[in-house]
Write a protein that binds this ligand. Structure first.
Ligand SMILES: [Zn+2]
Length: 408
């Protein structure tokens, strides 16, 4: 049968990476601000130092692939899914957060020749020069802090340098943007507890991350925070109207206050995939039939993949591709200015599209930015320079006495 290869390749981006693109990337500091890979650390048999493949086990980051893709490090996430907002739920979340924090630190401690904990702006370049990958720590969803908000100081001492308040549903700190159509707010943005958390993060020089929170939270966070903020993994609402994306007016306001937006590559936020509630419910059923287990055998993984492919065909699901990702990235660069944009692809957290399936594809973005006319200084900023600047700016505004007290 004749296959039209050109059609199959449409949208998957540059096929060749130029020497110039490789040289620019080698000189830049390449940081991704939302690495969900720590969720894999507790999977039996999964090792960051082994080479995995997206086709094989669905993972997108490991040390060998970071080397191949040129990623120098980034923010490694302590993610906690929002559960019950009662005393028992809060305690469970507290413990889950501390376990994940330990797992990140243990990964670094177990590989001292490959990874190093990073806590300051200067660490990124220093660790790269030492031939290692930087591990900044961030928290996605402040649920682990609901039981005891003062734990933030402990997390800071352990290396936490970025914090988001809510995930896909409201919590005690803030309203969520939800998962498509914005839900009605519970606090009208930030609760009093959320506002107090912002003040404390500012005092410690922890970067505030608005991704996943509502537009009202964005407006209030921008207003209340003494320091510029980040959107660690977000897209453009004016490119695709999804509640997880942010509109141009707010992107401009973010940039005006010195913040940065890091562009997400999660397909369902980039384009209308045609996913309906019925489709999502059927997908959930497939996952549940495997008991939400992480230790699937290769055969079981193949079964899941085959059933997902059947569902995608049944519901005529459209998959986002590299061009869709670049459409968001280039739009956001135009609106925010290149000094206020970076990459937060949501690797191992649902990110990745056709032609941009794991971190080995990062050089394609460099090539695409060159092809779009950006120069080395601009591309270097987008790859990580802007994030480094933000870390420096936020820490410069911290209260030295609060930092000293937390470190004692
Ligand atoms: Zn997320």
């Amino acid at each position: 049968m004749l296959v039209f290869a050109a059609t199959a390749q449409a949208g998957t981006g540059p096929e060749k990476i130029s020497e110039r693109a490789r040289a620019i990337q080698a000189r830049a500091i390449n940081l991704d601000t939302h690495l969900d890979t720590p969720a894999l650390f507790s999977q039996p048999g999964w090792k960051i130092t082994d080479r995995h493949s997206f086709q094989g086990d669905g993972s997108q980051i490991d040390y060998p692939r970071m080397l191949e893709g040129g990623l120098d490090g980034g923010f490694w996430v302590i993610f906690t899914g929002q559960g019950e907002r009662d005393a028992a739920g809060n305690l469970k979340a507290r413990d889950a957060g501390l376990v994940r924090l330990s797992e990140i630190r243990e990964m670094v401690a177990a590989n001292p020749d490959k990874f190093e904990l990073a806590t300051t702006a200067d660490d990124a370049a220093r660790i790269k020069a030492a031939g290692k990958k930087s591990v900044y720590i961030s928290m996605e969803n402040a649920y682990p802090l609901e039981h005891d908000p003062s734990l933030l100081g402990f997390y800071y001492k352990q290396g936490l340098r970025m914090l988001s308040l809510a995930h896909i549903s409201h919590n005690d700190f803030a309203d969520s943007a939800g998962m498509g159509v914005a839900p009605a707010g519970e606090h009208g943005g930030l609760s009093d507890k959320g506002k107090a958390m912002i003040a404390e993060a500012n005092r410690l020089g922890i970067i505030l991350d608005q991704s996943h929170a509502s537009n009202a939270v964005f407006d209030q966070m921008l207003e209340l925070s003494r320091a510029p903020i980040i959107l660690s993994h977000s897209g453009a609402y004016d490119v695709f109207a999804h509640s997880r994306n942010i509109d141009d007016k707010r992107i401009r306001a973010l940039a005006k206050k010195g913040g940065v937006i890091q562009v997400n590559s999660l397909g369902g936020y980039l384009i209308d995939t045609g996913a309906t509630p019925e489709y999502r419910a059927e997908r959930r059923k497939v996952y549940e039939s495997f008991g939400d287990r992480h230790d699937l055998s290769d055969a079981e993984r193949e079964q899941v993949k085959a059933r997902m492919a059947e569902l995608d065909a049944k519901y005529h699901i459209r998959k986002a591709d590299f061009d869709d990702y670049m459409r968001h990235l280039l739009h956001i660069i135009k609106v925010a200015g290149w000094e206020h944009v970076g990459l937060g692809a949501d690797w191992d957290g649902g990110g990745g599209v056709d032609g941009y399936e794991d971190i080995t594809a990062l050089p394609k973005v460099v090539q695409a930015l060159l092809d779009a006319g950006y120069d080395e200084r601009q591309i270097g900023g987008i790859l990580g320079g802007n994030t480094v600047r933000l870390i420096r700016d936020v820490q410069a505004l911290a209260d030295p006495a609060a930092v000293k007290a937390a470190l004692e």
